[in-house]
Design a protein around this ligand. Structure first.
Ligand SMILES: Cc1ncc(COP(=O)(O)O)c(C=O)c1O
Length: 459
C-alpha cells in the first residue's frame, strides 16, 4: 500500500509538560513584558514558535553521544570527531567551532571587512546584517524579485538575482570582499536556493575573483527542496546535494542550532589559510581555544551526531511536510502567508492581513501579540521592527511585515500544529479588532530583542 500519511519518523521517549494559562494571565504577562514576546517567560507560552534555533529535540543517540564528550581543553577527541563530520559534509579545510552562528559571523566579518565595503547576499539575516554594519560596511540584499512578493509562487524564491549581482561586481567589485548566500533564505520566508543558482553565483565569483561563503544554517532543508523541485536532482540523496552545494563555496558560517539538530553550537569553515589563521586568533580572544571554540566537548559530540541525522531522508520528508501541512490549512482559510511554505517556518503576511495598521505602527507586533493573547502561541515579528531602523537612526518600513511561526525540530506533533492553525484562523477572522503599537524604548542595534512597546488606541 502506498500510504499518503507522512508520520513523525520517531517515537517519543521523554516528555515535557506544557503550562495552560488563561487569557487574562496572558494579557498581564504581555503587559509586563512591554508587549514584546521576546520578554515573556517561556513558561507562560503554550506552543513556542519564536524560533527553530536551538529549540529542537535531540535524539537518544545524541543524548548518548553527550556521555562520550571529551572535555580536554586542547585537542579533545570530540573536536576531531566534530571536525571529521563537518569536513566530510562540507569539504572545507579549516573547521573552526563557535558557540553559535553569530559568533562565526562576527569572527569572519571582523577579520575580513573594512569600513565602506559591501557584502551582497540573497537576504542577510538580522545577526549577519548587524555584524556587517557594526564594521561600518553595507549588507546588501539581492534576492530575485519574486522573493520580495509574499504571494508570488516560485520553486526557489531564495535565489540570488544573478543579473543584479553581476552589475554590482562589475561596478563596485573593488568594495566587495566576499559574496554570501543564505540557505534557506530565512529573512525571505525560509525559501530555498537552487543548485543551479549557487553554480551561477560561483561562476560570477570566479569571474570577479571573489570568495563565496554560504550562510548554511538550514543546508539540509535546502538540499531536500532541491531534491524535490530541481530537475535532475530527484535520485540523489540530500547529503550528496548538500555536499555539492558546500563544494561550490569557499567557506561557510553555520548555526548548529538549526540543521545541526543541537541546542547550542556553530562553526566557521573555509579553505583560505590566511583568513583561517586570523579568524582562529580572534576566536582565541573571544570564544576559546580552536578545538572547542566556546563549546563543551559534549556539545561537539551532539552536533556531530546531529549533522548525520539531519540529512536522513525520512526526517527531511517529515520536516518539510509538517510545515506544508500548516500552510495548507492557513491557505484554505484565506490567511495571507508567504507561499510556497518555507522549510522551517510559516510566515504570516501581517501587512496584508492588517491593512488598517501602517508599517510604522508595526502590524507584525500586533499580530504576534494577538496570537499570544488568544492562544498562548508565540511567533516573532520579521518586519519593520527587525529591519526598519537605519544605521543613521532613521526608520523606514521593512520590505515586508511578517510574523514567523518557526517550528522547532522534532518537538511538536500534528495536534499541536492543528491547534496553531485554529489559533491563527481565529485571530485572522477578528483582524479588525487589532491595533498598532509604538516603541517606547529600544536599543540602536538589534532592537527587536529588547524593545518596549505600547498599544495605540483605535481611533
Ligand atoms: C540565516 C541565519 N543566519 C544566522 C543566524 C544566527 O545564528 P545563531 O542564532 O546561532 O547565532 C540565524 C539564526 O536564526 C539564521 O537564521
Amino acid at each position: 500500500m502506498n500510504f499518503k500519511t507522512i508520520i513523525e519518523p520517531f517515537r517519543i521517549k521523554s516528555v515535557e509538560a506544557v503550562k495552560f494559562t488563561r487569557r487574562e494571565d496572558r494579557e498581564r504577562a504581555l503587559h509586563e513584558a512591554g508587549y514584546n514576546v521576546f520578554r515573556l517567560h517561556a513558561e507562560d507560552v503554550l506552543i513556542d514558535l519564536l524560533t527553530d534555533s536551538g529549540t529542537g529535540a535531540m535524539s537518544s543517540a545524541q543524548w548518548g553521544a553527550l556521555m562520550q564528550g571529551d572535555e580536554s581543553y586542547a585537542g579533545s577527541r570530540s573536536f576531531y570527531r566534530f571536525r571529521d563530520v563537518v569536513r566530510d559534509l562540507t569539504g572545507f579545510k579549516h573547521i573552526i567551532p563557535t558557540h553559535q552562528g553569530r559568533a562565526a559571523e562576527r569572527i569572519l566579518f571582523h577579520t575580513v571587512l573594512h569600513p565602506g565595503q559591501i557584502v551582497p547576499n540573497n537576504n542577510h539575516f538580522d545577526t549577519t546584517r548587524a555584524n556587517i554594519e557594526v564594521e561600518q560596511a553595507e549588507a546588501l540584499d539581492l534576492v530575485i524579485p519574486e522573493g520580495r512578493v509574499p504571494s508570488a509562487l516560485h520553486p526557489f524564491k531564495g535565489n540570488v538575482d544573478l543579473g543584479a549581482l553581476e552589475r554590482l561586481l562589475a561596478e563596485k567589485g573593488d568594495r566587495i570582499p566576499l559574496v554570501m548566500v543564505t540557505v534557506t533564505n530565512n529573512s525571505g520566508g525560509g525559501q530555498p536556493v537552487s543548485l543551479e543558482n549557487v553554480k551561477g553565483v560561483r561562476a560570477l565569483c570566479d569571474q570577479y575573483k571573489k570568495p563565496f561563503f554560504l550562510d548554511a544554517c538550514r543546508f539540509a532543508e535546502n538540499a531536500y527542496f532541491v531534491k524535490l523541485r530541481e530537475p535532475g536532482q530527484g535520485d540523489r540523496t540530500p547529503k550528496q546535494i548538500a555536499q555539492e552545494m558546500f563544494h561550490l563555496a569557499d567557506g561557510c558560517t553555520m548555526s548548529a542550532k538549526k540543521d545541526g539538530l543541537a541546542n547550542i553550537g556553530g562553526f566557521l569553515a573555509m579553505n583560505d589559510d590566511g583568513w583561517a589563521e586570523e579568524c582562529r586568533n580572534l576566536l582565541i580572544l573571544t570564544e576559546g581555544f580552536p578545538t572547542y571554540g566556546g563549546l563543551a566537548g559534549y556539545d561537539l559530540e551532539a552536533i556531530a551526531r546531529g549533522l548525520e541525522e539531519v540529512v536522513e531522508e525520512p526526517y527531511l520528508r517529515y520536516r518539510l511536510r509538517s510545515i506544508e501541512y500548516l500552510a495548507e490549512k492557513l491557505i484554505a482559510a484565506d490567511v495571507p502567508i508567504i507561499r510556497p511554505a518555507g522549510g522551517h517556518a510559516i510566515y504570516l503576511d501581517a501587512r496584508a492581513l492588517l491593512p488598517q495598521i501602517p508599517p510604522l505602527q508595526y502590524p507584525g507586533i500586533a499580530l504576534a501579540n494577538a496570537l499570544y493573547v488568544e492562544a498562548g502561541v508565540r511567533g516573532v515579528e520579521i518586519g519593520t521592527v527587525m529591519f526598519g531602523l537605519r544605521p543613521d537612526g532613521s526608520e523606514t518600513p521593512g520590505a515586508m511585515d511578517l510574523v514567523r511561526l518557526a517550528i522547532p525540530r522534532r518537538v511538536y506533533t500534528q495536534s499541536h500544529i492543528d491547534y496553531v492553525a485554529e489559533a491563527v484562523i481565529h485571530v485572522a477572522r477578528h483582524r479588525e479588532t487589532l491595533c498598532g503599537y509604538r516603541i517606547v524604548h529600544a536599543p540602536r542595534v538589534l532592537r527587536h530583542f529588547t524593545a518596549l512597546f505600547e498599544p495605540l488606541s483605535r481611533s
